[in-house]
Design a protein around this ligand. Structure first.
Ligand SMILES: [Zn+2]
Length: 251
């Protein structure tokens, strides 16, 4: 059974949330999902869902694009919940020009993760190297991390491999122009990658024109099986094991 290691149920229209929860709970191919928050409001909503649905786990954190008017003071307490498996998603995004403030939030949130013995989920948009620089100069996530929706670069990948950090593949790997991601998928060791839908964003082929949902994790697994010349069930099994190894609180 698969684990969707990164999805945002609180980003879909609220009237559809109950239906997606039901679909996930009834999907016998999905073992778990990690519902990732973008700010403290979605963190609280994510925990309510996780506390009442066994398959759901939560990641809590403030996304670099949403740090305005967000305080991280209550993040520590929110993250104490037993269904919280990671701090995330946190990171750097160069589409906004407040990088210095983003760095401050990133460093502070990694230190909360380290204090709570939690791994972190990294969002690095056009900024793998900037995040790596933060790790090297200021603080490393001591319980590990995953670069979610990894933007392909072999040098950056090699740094992550050397440090036993993970990457995850989302819908982009299914696109025709994903040559660099295919290279990365071929090079990444089998014990260092996860799968995710990032739903409701980045729908994979062949459902690219529809709103993304966790059940689409199968298309990402299928594509990775093709690229790595492995069986579907093999990819499913190793990514589930990898996800449980990184996010230790998943049963
Ligand atoms: Zn995301």
């Amino acid at each position: 059974m698969a684990i969707d290691s990164h999805m945002h149920i609180n980003s879909i229209v609220s009237k559809n949330i109950e239906k997606e929860i039901l679909d996930i709970n009834n999907n016998s191919n999905l073992k778990n999902v990690i519902n990732v928050s973008l700010n403290s409001e979605t963190a609280k909503e994510s925990i309510i869902i996780s506390n009442t649905n066994a398959k759901f786990y939560s990641a809590v954190g403030i996304h670099p694009l949403y740090i305005e008017n967000q305080s991280i003071n209550d993040l520590y307490n929110i993250a104490l919940n037993e269904k919280v498996v990671a701090i995330g998603e946190i990171g750097l995004d160069t589409t906004k020009d407040n990088i210095e403030l983003q760095k401050k939030y990133l460093i502070e949130q990694i230190s909360i993760a380290n204090a709570l013995n939690l791994p972190v989920i990294i969002h690095a948009n056009n900024s793998n190297k900037l995040v790596i620089e933060i790790f090297e100069r200021y603080i490393k996530p001591k319980e590990g991390c995953v670069f979610h929706c990894f933007q392909p670069d072999i040098d950056d990948l090699n740094y992550l491999i050397r440090n036993n950090y993970y990457i995850s593949f989302a819908g982009r790997i299914t696109y025709k122009n994903a040559k660099k991601s295919v290279e990365v998928a071929k090079s990444v060791p089998n014990d260092l990658f996860l799968v995710e839908t990032d739903s409701p964003y980045i729908s994979p082929e062949p459902v690219r024109n529809l709103v993304n949902q966790s059940s689409n994790i199968k298309y990402i697994i299928e594509k990775l099986a093709l690229i790595k010349d492995m069986g579907y069930l093999e990819i499913e099994e190793i990514t589930t094991e990898n996800t449980k190894r990184l996010f230790k609180k998943i049963n």
